[in-house]
Ligand binder design. Structure first.
Ligand SMILES: [Zn+2]
Length: 155
């Protein structure tokens, strides 16, 4: 897709939200060349991905919720909002490719963790601590140690 004003191919997403009927994702974009803003809509091909929660209830996948979780996990970390937007997009694409209709919140959490792991180890552990509901501090510290060990490969 190119900018409707100047034809430049690169732009960034400055805001994205699900439409009121839940059937489209509306994204505000800003052209990197001329700076003008435009809106795109992504329509979901076959209904929405449903998330199966731990208590068995289902709810539609919510990108904003995912993004909010990422923002929280990356609080005070050197990760930009653009990176987080990209990450949310990647995860969303990955999920819709992998799961046809529904995915458990756990499966989604695991995928988010894998991505965060590559982006920022501290954010990863924060997110993991919520998703895996670490039972105690020791378990949390073990996980943290593993992450840090993986981060600095022993020569
Ligand atoms: Zn432009």
């Amino acid at each position: 897709m190119t900018c409707p004003f100047c034809g430049h191919p690169d732009h960034k997403v400055i805001d994205s939200r699900t439409s009121a009927d839940g059937q489209a994702i509306r994204r505000r974009r800003e052209c990197l060349a001329c700076g003008k803003r435009f809106t795109t809509y992504e329509h979901l091909e076959e209904g929405r991905l449903m998330v199966i929660k731990k208590d068995g209830r289902r709810e539609p996948f919510d990108r904003n919720k995912l993004l909010a979780g990422l923002v929280k996990a990356c609080e005070k970390r050197p990760v930009s909002m653009d990176q987080l937007e990209d990450l949310a997009d990647e995860i969303e694409r990955d999920l819709s490719r992998t799961f046809e209709r529904e995915a458990s919140s756990q499966e989604i959490g695991e995928r988010v963790m894998r991505r965060l792991h590559d982006v920022d180890p501290v954010a990863y552990v924060r997110f993991a601590s919520v998703y895996r509901e670490f039972k105690d501090v020791e378990q949390f510290m073990r996980e943290l140690k593993d992450v840090l060990a993986q981060k600095s490969p022993s020569a």
